[in-house]
Design a protein around this ligand. Structure first.
Ligand SMILES: C[S@@+](CC[C@H](N)C(=O)[O-])C[C@H]1O[C@@H](n2cnc3c(N)ncnc32)[C@H](O)[C@@H]1O
Length: 363
């Protein structure tokens, strides 16, 4: 569904929308301050009775001045309403800021991981490098430093990543095993969530986990703790090394939220190596979020904005893709899409079931 072919805004509405962009960072910081001071919760707890800003300040323990600027800003942000008696009440948007998992994961991810680095977005776009990553360390990509990021940053990164996968893994696992899986490689295994889900789901399945060494160690530890070590193999890899080989002898290769970490040319190179690893009946299964196939505008918006994290912080050359661009890169690696299942879970994942073309890709 194309949510972007037309916007029906009057001129004054468009001017308002432009101000929301101009003051976007201000609204963002205000929302975080309202959450962290407890102001948002205080107004919510007043429910229908409403609360004055003086009472909200007292109950929250912040100065009246602070409560006043935040709560007045909250009106323009449509987080609060105020009646003629000066009583503030929370809106549905305010509820989402407080309680919605997607909103919380996105807020914390933008705050802890992206905010400072995004100041270098223009430079990143001009140079094709994640120039914002310098706020954390001297790495070429964020993945090299992921296990060494400050604890709160890691926490928000993982919460963001897991929010998307957690909702969809239980839905997709049934479809995957119906395709017949005995021995699967999970490339970009991260903390081993998918591997663990598969090992628990199927008593005989063997999973080969591949990732950069830092992440792989976490996955290996978790698999050991759950008693699945004998049905797993762990292979540390930097997949960007063109000489990195994907082992043969597996019927399925799984890549979830992995190929979006790479440029189109890199996707094609990785997929080509998958081609070499699988036999003619092998399956390449890809789970991704594509902005162009989303049922809901909010999902498309979230995915589009996430792309800029990749630009400024992650690697400077990848994104959350338009499915048509992505599939072209996969096809160039020697596969065709046998089946495309869209709209999986709240995060709107797509599962691509890919098969080898009879003629190998040119190297
Ligand atoms: C966005 S996470 C996805 C994790 C998991 N598959 C999921 O669906 O939640 C991407 C993973 O790719 C790994 N990765 C990124 N660049 C890599 C590289 N060059 N070589 C190997 N793994 C890499 C990261 O370490 C990370 O674990």
């Amino acid at each position: 569904m194309n949510h972007f072919s037309k916007f029906n805004l009057s001129a004054i509405q468009a001017k308002e929308a432009a101000q929301r962009i101009a003051f976007g960072p201000v609204m963002f910081q205000a929302a975080q301050a309202m959450r962290r001071t407890g102001l948002l919760m205080t107004v919510r707890n007043a429910r229908n009775a409403g609360i004055t800003l003086e009472d909200a300040a007292e109950q929250t323990g912040i100065p009246v001045y602070g409560a006043r600027v935040l709560m007045e800003a909250g009106l323009g942000m449509e987080v609060f309403t105020v009646d003629d008696n000066g009583l503030y009440r929370i809106t549905t948007t305010g509820y989402f800021l407080l309680f919605d998992d997607l909103t919380i994961a996105n807020l914390n991810f933008v705050d802890d991981v992206c905010y400072d680095g995004l100041a270098f977005l223009e430079e990143s776009i001009r140079n094709g490098k994640p120039e914002g990553l310098r706020v954390f360390g001297k790495w070429d990509t964020i993945y090299e430093g992921l296990s060494r990021l400050p604890e709160d940053v890691q926490k928000s990164w993982f919460a963001f990543d897991h929010h998307y996968s957690d909702g969809s893994f239980p839905l997709v696992i049934k479809i995957v095993f119906e395709l017949g899986v005995q021995k699967m490689i999970d490339i970009g295994t991260n903390t081993g969530k998918w591997a663990l889900a598969c090992l628990a789901y199927h008593p005989d399945v063997h999973i080969t986990m591949m990732d950069l060494p830092g992440q792989l160690q976490i996955a290996e530890r978790r698999v050991r703790e759950k008693g699945f070590a004998d049905r797993t193999t762990a292979i540390p890899v930097n997949i960007l090394d063109e000489n990195a080989v994907i082992p043969k002898g597996h019927d399925t290769i799984w890549m979830s939220q992995f190929l979006d970490c790479f440029s189109e040319q890199e996707i094609t190179s990785i997929v080509r190596r998958c081609y070499d690893a699988l036999d003619e009946n092998g399956k390449l299964l890809i789970l991704e979020n594509f902005w162009d196939v989303q049922e809901h505008y909010v999902a498309a918006l979230t995915i589009q904005m996430t792309s800029l994290y990749f630009t400024a912080l992650a690697n400077g050359n990848s994104q959350m893709y338009d499915s048509r661009v992505f599939i072209k890169a996969v096809e160039a690696g020697g596969f065709y899409v046998e089946k495309q299942i869209n709209h999986i879970g709240e995060a709107g994942h797509t599962l691509l079931v890919c098969r080898k073309k009879p003629i190998p890709p040119t190297h």
